[in-house]
Design a protein around this ligand. Structure first.
Ligand SMILES: C[S@@+](CC[C@H](N)C(=O)[O-])C[C@H]1O[C@@H](n2cnc3c(N)ncnc32)[C@H](O)[C@@H]1O
Ligand code: SF4
Length: 386
């Protein structure tokens, strides 16, 4: 019997799917509604979905809540408060709960930070993306570098914990340019930074431009050098990577994201949200309707936006643990992998990867990807899962 004790992490993810404009690189479930949205009506649907989810997994203690998007900083602070109150009504909230809200760093949104704090948010994650105005324009962002830094300063004055995101390996980016930008970012950072390599996602405007030869991104070698430089600068600054794209001072990791990567349970609330719930000893994958208005109507008509509710096989659950866990610097617990899958990882494959320097095993029975193996993470996972 899986023991869901009071200390087993349990996270709630709340997806707010609206943005002021769509950035040309982004394939997240985010939508622009020029005519505005009926926030009060959406709010009732969030409350309904929280109640329905809690009825399926009652008696959990919520260790983290994450408002992601889209742009949740466009929500009214009172809406965030209502959702947090609703979560607290249906589940026990851990005394040290982490409540993060993703925010776009515009001046309009920064004016709401105090309201979010009063509602119960205790950590913000700002999408700064670049500290260079030409890049921000090319990325389709609605803020300048100065405006983003001003928003970071507002966050710092209100929240004990904040993080911000940068995207690197951008068009025309050089090693010297990135070094200067990253060092400037670190001077503004406190305990946490997310540093993502630009990915050209299918079905985005950047994909079309890239295919047409109108958008050139760093080649594989330069991307690798940018990645290595990132690791060196961050480690020297006391912000080593604890996950392939996430850096933190010791103890300042994002606890919510650790729930995903360590394979614990989380409820997904809102349009297009994914969840993983352990019910009657089975791990259930859930997914809700992606289109916001269709999700709204589905919740109003049926009490939930769920479109997928699938029991994972032991092999699927184990592969997922491998895929998520190897993103972490701490790696995976080999005994847990074996318990999930009913077999050990193929020792020959592990040994080949170890000899190539891509993975290492630790004295306490963990397998982790090495610093030089991280840029090849997808291939390592594919090899081990096969
Ligand atoms: C849900 S998104 C953004 C939250 C917020 N709406 C914003 O834009 O600031 C989370 C993060 O993913 C990153 N991201 C999104 N699309 C990306 C891409 N194609 N390549 C690399 N990073 C990406 C960005 O850094 C972004 O801040
Ligand atoms: S990057 Fe953020 S603001 Fe831009 S479209 Fe995606 S979710 Fe919206």
């Amino acid at each position: 019997m899986l023991n869901m004790s009071l200390t087993t992490p349990f996270a709630v993810y709340v997806h707010w799917p609206f943005c002021l404009s769509k950035c040309p690189y982004c394939d997240f479930n985010s939508h622009v509604r020029h005519g505005g949205i009926d926030e009060a009506r959406f709010l009732r649907a969030y409350e309904t979905e929280i109640a329905a989810t809690a009825a399926r997994v009652p008696h959990r203690t919520v260790s983290s809540i994450f408002f992601g998007g889209g742009t949740p900083s466009l929500m009214q602070p009172s809406s965030v408060q209502t959702i947090l109150d609703c979560i607290g009504k249906h589940w026990t909230i851990a005394p040290d709960v982490e409540v993060t809200l993703e925010a776009n760093p515009t001046s309009v949104e920064a004016t709401r930070f105090r309201g979010f704090r009063a509602a119960g948010v205790n950590r913000v994650s700002l999408g700064v993306q670049a500290l260079d105005d030409a890049s921000l324009k090319e990325l389709g962002r609605l803020h300048t570098a100065q405006e983003a830094l001003d928003a970071v300063a507002v966050a710092r004055s209100i929240f004990d914990r904040y993080s911000f995101d940068l995207i690197y390996a951008r068009p025309r980016q050089t090693l010297d340019g990135w070094e200067a930008e990253l060092k400037r970012a670190i001077a503004e950072a406190a305990e946490h930074l997310s540093l993502y390599q630009l990915t050209i996602e299918p079905d985005t405007p950047f994909f079309g431009l890239h295919r047409a030869g109108k958008l050139t991104v760093p080649d594989q070698d330069l991307a690798r050098d940018l990645y290595d430089l990132t690791q060196t600068i961050c480690t020297d600054a006391g912000l080593p990577a604890y996950e392939i794209s996430n850096h933190a001072r010791p103890g300042a990791q994002c606890r919510h994201n650790l729930v995903y990567w360590r394979g614990h349970d989380y409820a997904g609330i809102g349009p297009g949200a994914h969840g993983r719930l352990t019910i009657d000893n089975a791990r259930i994958a859930t997914e809700t309707e992606k289109r916001p208005e269709a999700w709204l109507m589905r919740v109003e008509e049926t009490g939930t936006g769920l479109t997928v509710e699938e029991k994972l096989t032991s092999g699927e659950a184990a592969d997922e643990y491998l895929l998520m866990g190897l993103r972490l610097a701490e790696g995976i617990d080999l005994a847990r992998y074996s318990a999930l899958s009913g077999r050990n990882l193929n020792p020959r494959r592990v040994s080949i990867l170890r000899n190539e320097g891509a993975v290492e095993t630790t004295a306490d029975g963990r397998l982790r990807v090495t610093q030089s193996g991280f840029p090849l993470l997808d291939a390592v996972v594919a090899d081990l899962a096969a």
